[in-house]
Design a binder for this molecule. Sequence first.
Ligand code: DC
Length: 228
Amino acid sequence: MPRPAFEGHLKTMIIAIDGPAAAGKGTLARRLAAHFGLNYLDTGGLYRLVGWTVVRSGGDPADPASATAAARALDPAALADGRLLADPALRAEGAGQAASKVAAIGTVREALLDFQRAFADRDPGAVLDGRDIGTVVCPGADAKLFVTASVECRAARRLKELLDKGEQAIGERVLEEMRERDARDRARSVAPLVPAADAVVLDTTELDADAVFAKAVAIISGRRPASL
Ligand code: DC
């Protein structure tokens, strides 16, 4: 598929990993980046950072003016260094909910687009995970995976993650929040969560991380497993 007209694409390899919350995208994307020797960007972290910045300053993440100002104020050099996105506060469910709200605002998405494309364009290429990588950010990516799992399975994984971190969490509440976030991410008018037409859908409900990784490597290497 021909790549769209943004620069530097001929020498890099780009892998787009999209899908709903807690489907295993992050774990998979990190492993793929290490395996293929590529850079890695967790684009959800960008939206979490914007959402959390607004909440921390007492604002409403659903307010377009505050959210857009926070997105435009991000310094690309500071972001590229990776430390900003490593803040553990960004992993909490509150930051996830705030992220999902700012992510529904078109001007926030626009403000984050150049950084994501520039990151993807750097040698030797990158694995990006998010919701709209294969559809909007890198429509010409070399490989596109849409990683998903049932909402019950994703909520159970998220609950385990929270309990393992020593956080208090109730299964029913985690499931409810997961459904809420899914609905918001899928229903928004700008860059909604949908698989790209040329993405391979990988359902991880019955798979462990190693099996997901093996399938993904096979798909990317052009050896599509018979069971898909
Ligand atoms: O992947 P995550 O759970 O860290 O993402 C947090 C929120 O950010 C998610 O609910 C939707 C939004 N998001 C997005 O809209 N587009 C992306 N490329 C990545 C995340």
